[in-house]
Design a protein around this ligand. Structure first.
Ligand code: 1DF
Ligand code: MN
Length: 350
């Protein structure tokens, strides 16, 4: 596809695009060689990407580490004007605390430099160690205030915990105070969940990612995170990790469970679960360039809540952009979908 042949009246901003500094890849390689990380999904998936003899995963790992010529050539080939970059899954979230703290610092400084060097092409999300709250709050402040990053990436579970755990409340409060969004990105399910997925070969992006991230998203809602953090903005990939399709049933069953008093963890909420998708949550189309799913999701959550993402380099199919250019929505809605919603949610000012 020659993207320049048809220059639409909007920029195409891709909002869930993976990146890794060589330091992250080196850390992962060391742990894989020593087999000393107790995370089944990491050892399986990163073991595949980093130790496979096949050219395809090797090319993904090379592309992850490039934030210059190769990436921009790929963007040009696909018609992508701007990428919102974030540290690839699993980021810091499988690492020992000292390594996680150091990697967050390195990744934020480097990503800030990348974005400042080419502000029209790249924006970035920050990362933290998800260990000590005070350390993470300070790093998030640095990422946003000093390095100019536009939010925080959360690569699903944190060493088996979820972001609704009270120990993360100070970090969520800081996101509110800084007025930047949290991006819930998937990863392989935690050890407590992965066995039946892995046994069937389904622990990766085919289902395990979405199953685990969907659970994480629903936990955020039902545990009352948005009631405790009313200014928090959450962005979720893969069209909401299947939850939009479930919303009627989730509302119905949630009300029943509240009434039953059966679970300590299920309490009344300020809104119905589905309503948080219209007040606090934005969705991206990463990995889901599929018209029926995109139109359904827009119908359920509102057209101003769904924006474009590619999922480069994991799902880099240059022709997918054309399918979304052809969506049967108005020109103004398409401009929101590809450009203006991302500008608003991430406060992009380039
Ligand atoms: C894959 C996909 C791997 C995504 C990822 O991180 C990842 C994959 C290791 O296809 O195996 O982040 N993704 O975002 O869809
Ligand atoms: Mn992704």
């Amino acid at each position: 596809m020659n993207a320049d042949a048809h220059r639409p009246p909007y920029l195409r901003i891709a909002t869930e695009e993976a990146w890794a500094p060589p330091e992250a890849i080196a850390l992962y390689r060391d742990h894989l060689a020593r087999r000393d990380l107790d995370d089944v999904g990491f050892n399986s998936l990163m073991g595949y990407f980093l130790n496979s003899p096949h050219p395809q995963p090797r090319a993904v790992v090379e592309r992850l580490q490039d934030a210059a010529e190769r990436r921009m050539a790929d963007m040009d080939a696909a018609g992508i004007d701007h990428q919102v970059l974030a540290l690839t899954s699993p980021g810091t979230q499988v690492l020992p605390a000292d390594e996680a703290v150091a990697l967050a610092k390195t990744a934020n400084a480097r990503l800030g430099e990348i974005c400042q060097a080419r502000p029209e092409r790249f924006s970035g999300l920050g990362t933290v160690s998800f260990t000590d709250a005070a350390t993470d709050v300070a790093e998030l402040r640095r990422a946003v205030g000093e390095h100019g990053l536009k939010g925080l990436i959360l690569n699903d579970h944190v060493r088996g915990d979820h972001i609704d755990h009270p120990r993360f409340a100070p970090l969520l409060r800081e996101l509110e105070d800084l007025d930047v969004p949290l991006y819930l990105h998937p990863g392989t399910p935690p050890n407590t969940m992965i066995s039946p997925y892995r046994e069937a070969g389904l622990d990766g992006a085919i289902l395990g990612f979405g199953a685990s991230a969907g659970l994480h998203l629903l936990r955020i809602i039902t545990s009352g995170v948005f009631d405790r953090h009313p200014r928090l903005r959450l962005v979720v990939g893969h069209l909401g990790e299947a939850l939009p399709f479930w919303l009627h049933r989730i509302d119905h069953m949630h009300a029943k469970q509240v009434a039953s008093g059966r679970y300590e963890a299920i309490k009344p909420l300020a809104q119905r679960p589905s309503e948080y998708f219209r007040s606090h949550i934005w969705l991206t189309t990463s990995g889901m360039p599929w018209e029926p799913a995109i139109l359904f999701t827009r119908e359920v959550t509102g057209p101003d809540r769904v924006m474009y993402a590619m999922d480069y380099p994991y799902q880099f199919e240059a022709d997918e952009v054309a399918a979304q250019d052809a969506l049967p929505i108005s020109d103004a809605e398409k401009a929101d979908f590809f450009e203006h919603t991302a500008r608003r949610v991430f406060n992009l000012t380039f």
